[in-house]
Design a protein around this ligand. Structure first.
Ligand SMILES: Nc1ncnc2c1ncn2[C@@H]1O[C@H](COP(=O)(O)OP(=O)(O)OP(=O)(O)O)[C@@H](O)[C@H]1O
Length: 619
């Protein structure tokens, strides 16, 4: 296959249908709705508003004009990431590199990196790639659009090639087997994101012999099984389809050496956690320590970090930029708009927006709404009023979803109305404006949504409609905007200061963004969380790992853990090493708590930050 063919890879599982007509063209001549009907594209020349003052759209266009276009049309301005703060915690952290040349990767991979015109690594790549190459587990957090995909793809490809060197290749290469045994598994929450990661990985694996296959729901399984039969090294999958394939005994995870979870916090959030646990802990996958595990996201709340640590062994926690923050490349604007006025307001906004971006590329606008019905309704309303829009959400069949995305990417339909199905990971060039028509329920979702613009060092624009019912999020939004050096409207600051009421989850609170390695809240010594069963013995096991890592005698049972025998040396250790919460364990009598009740009592009071132990049934 030629390189050009690889560049143009798309997921055509079926023959393409006759020319697709987006709704705005199907409904030409239709009437109704707001007074701005048929106002897209806007009339030539500056509008009244534009004559009065420079609009934010002028600012975006100006910024986009300043950046350089590369041959493949991708706009890349990586210097924008140079001054982001980087923090790594854990033991024996491998040194970061400055260039791809410093990393020992195979020649074919280096060639592909050059072909892709990646001249130098982004900060997350500079730090994460050496960590994975050094066979360490990693929980990594870096801002949206900063190159996390390559940060896990490069070392996985490289390590697979390294492992293969000098070995006789056994399964999956040239020999057709009904059960596929991938070496690496990359899990992502949506079909579109899995396809995107697959495309990326395939480009970087070009001519290396490393086989990349994708499996996702909504598309016929037969073709995907056929692709697997031909051999697979790296399987990129959505959880549901993967479980299906494992249960049909067409995929086995026995040989997995590398596991990557993209958008890991989403994967471990309520919707997916059960499935992920099943895949990682109950379907023959080698345990942590035997396999290498990498978790990546732009947001990592503490509670999710705690859950995630079950999947990791002696890992490094890496943050590039502030965890859960948005990049200051995105100009954020918040407008107070009540629900009834949103549609008209949106249309006014769209009609003042320039129809065309720079360099002959259309400026794309992504509009986020809360519900699938809301997405369909808004698509209809916009189309009827002359704004070329198309919707994407989870109730559409996969073919429609893919079509919507294609039509948007190509600029044929420059407005995409989406639910959160499109909020994470999607890398669509030329998205100039993200509009939060419905403000999300969680501030982390806001970070991911606006992150569809302002990628790879480019500028972008994000507008949010904020109404009375969004008040609980005012404080978190203000903090986020301030952190990203954005101008906060006075009315929003007032809302943030004056809001009294309950906040849905602690994640809204600033301290709960997951601003640091959650282990550090237990000082330089920490207990990994209990397992999901709240099993005391497993807690002792995890304690044993920690003790071993610190070079101290590991207790072998809870009784042993609580026995006086271990107390004195450990009490000394704690006294010496932990000026913080453990400093008072200076006597053998005091440490550790004499029995599980005492421990639970202290935990309950959150003395160790383990309030959840009792709740989870550990006691
Ligand atoms: N070293 C590099 N040089 C040039 N371009 C790069 C480099 N690394 C990544 N990119 C480009 O930057 C864009 C964003 O990368 P990617 O999609 O991996 O971001 P991300 O951090 O995973 O974002 P998100 O948090 O939204 O998932 C992509 O178009 C990618 O090709």
């Amino acid at each position: 296959m030629a390189w050009a063919d690889v560049q143009n890879l798309t997921h055509q599982t079926r023959p393409s249908r006759p020319t697709y007509l987006p709704p705005h063209l199907r409904q030409l001549g239709a009437r109704g709705g707001c007074s701005n009907r048929n106002s897209f594209p806007p009339p030539a020349g500056p509008s009244f508003n534009q004559r009065q003052r420079a609009t934010p759209y002028d600012i975006i266009t100006e910024k986009l004009e300043q950046v350089e276009l590369t041959d493949n049309g991708n706009v890349i301005n990586l210097d924008a990431y140079e001054d982001v703060p980087v923090e790594a915690t854990g033991s024996d952290i491998p040194l970061a590199v400055k260039s791809f040349g410093e990393i020992e990767m195979c020649e074919a991979l280096n060639e592909n990196i050059k072909r892709r015109k990646y001249v130098k690594p982004t900060p997350i790549q500079r730090h994460a790639i050496p960590i994975v190459m050094a066979r360490r587990d990693l929980m990594a957090c870096a801002q949206t659009g900063s190159g996390k995909t390559a940060a896990f793809c490069f070392p996985i490809i490289s390590r697979i090639l390294g492992d293969r060197f000098g070995q006789v290749v056994v399964s999956g290469h040239g020999v057709r087997t009904r059960i596929a045994y991938p070496t690496a598994l990359i899990l992502s929450p949506t079909r579109e994101l899995s396809c995107q990661i697959h495309d990326e990985a395939k480009k970087f694996a070009y001519q290396t012999g490393v086989k990349v296959v994708v499996a996702y729901g909504g598309a016929p399984i037969a073709q995907q099984l056929y692709n697997l039969e031909k051999g697979v090294d790296i399987l990129v999958a959505t959880p549901g389809r993967l479980v299906d394939m494992i249960e049909r005994e067409r995929v086995s995870l026995k040989m997995i050496k590398y596991l990557a979870l993209d958008e890991a916090d989403r994967m471990l959030d309520m919707g997916f956690e059960h499935q992920i646990r099943k895949i990682v802990q109950q379907m023959d996958m080698p345990p942590p320590g035997t396999r290498q595990t990498m978790l990546f996201s732009a947001t990592f709340p503490d509670d999710i970090q705690r859950l995630a640590s079950d999947f990791l062994s002696n890992y490094i926690f890496l943050t590039v930029g502030k965890v859960g923050s948005s990049t200051d490349l995105i100009a954020q604007r918040v407008e107070l708009v009540q629900d009834m006025e949103k549609r008209c307001h949106l249309m006014k906004l769209l009609s003042t927006q320039k129809a065309n971006g720079t360099h002959g590329k259309p400026a794309l606008t992504l509009v986020f709404v809360e519900t699938k019905r809301g997405a369909d309704a808004l698509e209809h309303s916009l189309s009827m009023n002359g704004f070329p829009a198309i919707a994407i959400h989870g109730d559409k069949v996969q073919r429609e979803r893919e079509r919507a995305l294609r039509s948007f990417k190509s600029g044929a339909t420059p407005i995409l109305v989406a639910t959160d199905v499109a909020s994470r990971g999607l890398d669509i060039p030329h998205v100039a404006h993200v509009i939060n028509f419905d403000f999300p329920k969680d501030i982390d979702d806001y970070v991911h949504r606006i992150g569809r613009t302002g990628r790879a060092g480019n500028s972008g624009m994000a507008t949010a409609f904020f109404s009375d019912k969004n008040m609980p999020l005012a404080k978190a939004l203000v903090e986020l905007m301030q952190e990203a050096k954005q101008e906060v409207p006075t009315w929003l600051s007032h809302c943030a200061q004056n809001f009294v009421g309950s906040v849905r989850s602690t994640r809204y609170g600033r301290s709960k963004f997951g601003g640091s390695d959650f282990r550090s809240s237990q000082n330089d010594y920490y207990y990994p969380s209990t397992n999901s069963n709240g099993d005391a013995n497993s807690f002792v096991d995890t304690c044993a790992d920690v003790y071993n890592a610190g070079g101290y005698a590991a207790p072998t049972s809870f009784d042993n853990y609580a026995s006086a025998g271990d107390r004195s040396s450990n009490a000394d250790y704690y006294g010496a090493h932990n000026p913080g919460p453990y400093a008072h364990y200076s006597s053998a009598d005091d440490y550790p708590p004499a029995n599980i009740d005492a421990f639970a009592a202290r935990s309950n009071g959150n003395e160790y930050g383990y309030g959840s132990i009792v709740a989870s049934g550990w006691d």
